[in-house]
Design a protein around this ligand. Structure first.
Ligand code: LP5
Ligand code: MN
Length: 245
């Protein structure tokens, strides 16, 4: 059956070989069966530049390249942790970088896809931080720092972010329904797919008197989460992670 696959929020890192193993298995056996694979951000725990020489990055690039060479294109939308992935890595991985919000046609249904962090408008602290870290000149400067320095800054931001998250309520960190409606209306769609909140679900609601759907991908922390959309149905599926030896 024709279908398209979506994943997000794997947070791959050298410290979690079980997630990497599950992801590479998925890339080898499942992804090539799909019409396309969309990665909706935060595939990596964090990204400090395409020049980072880690083994994990090479493995991921090779897996994506093999998939697209076998006929399944891989599309990528940045997340809040890997927004620094650039053209060099995209070329190495043979993947197509998409803008932060994109409408795609899925078997006749226009669908808005994104990471999902821009929907969390109640999280004012994050939105301010987000705006600043998207300044081109700041990114340009950051990328010119030695890798060790960049790693230190990333760790610093991670620490501050974890600290500030302790004071934020669950609702503040969830999507704002008004913003969901606004973005869907602006894009002219009745279906939205995103990740980021780590709250896998299919939400049915009404948008301007017509049925609408918001499909939310889960993270890969304790199990894998895959969204499979075909011409007739959309399914949110789980994948087991093997226990680390
Ligand atoms: O990712 P998650 O779910 O844990 O939290 C997010 C928001 N946090 C982030 C930060 C990332 O987790 C870490 C990113 C590492 C990036 C490395 C590259 C750096 C490049 C810099 C280029 C210029 O995105 C969190 C949200 C949460 O989602 C839910 O939506 O709440 O946002 C925050 O917590 C942000 C805080 O509100 C503000 C953080 C202030 C950071 C200040 C930086 C000071 C610099 C220190 C340097 C030593
Ligand atoms: Mn995220």
């Amino acid at each position: 059956m024709p279908h398209t696959l979506f994943i997000a929020d794997l947070h791959l890192s050298a410290g979690r070989p079980d997630i990497t193993h599950a992801f590479l298995g998925f890339m080898e056996t499942e992804a090539p069966q799909a019409d396309a694979l969309y990665v909706l951000g935060d595939l990596f725990e964090f990204w400090i530049g395409d020049d980072e020489p880690g083994e994990l990055n090479r493995q991921v690039a090779a897996a994506f390249r093999a998939c697209s060479r076998a006929g399944t294109p891989v599309y990528y939308i940045h997340g809040n942790r890997d927004f620094m992935i650039g053209r060099r890595f995209a070329a190495e991985a043979g993947m197509i970088l998409l803008p932060e919000h994109q409408v795609i046609d899925l078997y006749g249904t226009p669908t808005l896809i994104m990471h999902g962090d821009t929907l969390c408008t109640d999280d004012a602290g994050y939105q301010r931080y987000r705006r600043i870290t998207r300044w081109r000149w700041l990114q340009w400067l950051f990328l010119r720092l030695p890798l060790k320095k960049r790693l230190g800054i990333a760790e610093g931001i991670r620490g501050k972010s974890a600290e500030s998250k302790q004071d934020k309520s669950i609702t503040i960190m969830d999507v704002n329904q008004g913003e969901v409606a606004r973005q869907m209306r602006e894009a002219g769609v009745q279906r939205l797919v995103h990740g980021h909140t780590h709250r896998p679900a299919i939400h049915d609601f009404e948008l301007d008197g017509r049925p609408a759907q918001r499909l939310v991908l889960g993270d890969w922390y304790t199990q894998g989460s895959v969204l499979r959309i075909g011409p007739d149905k959309a399914e949110l599926q789980r994948r087991e992670l093997e226990k680390s030896k």
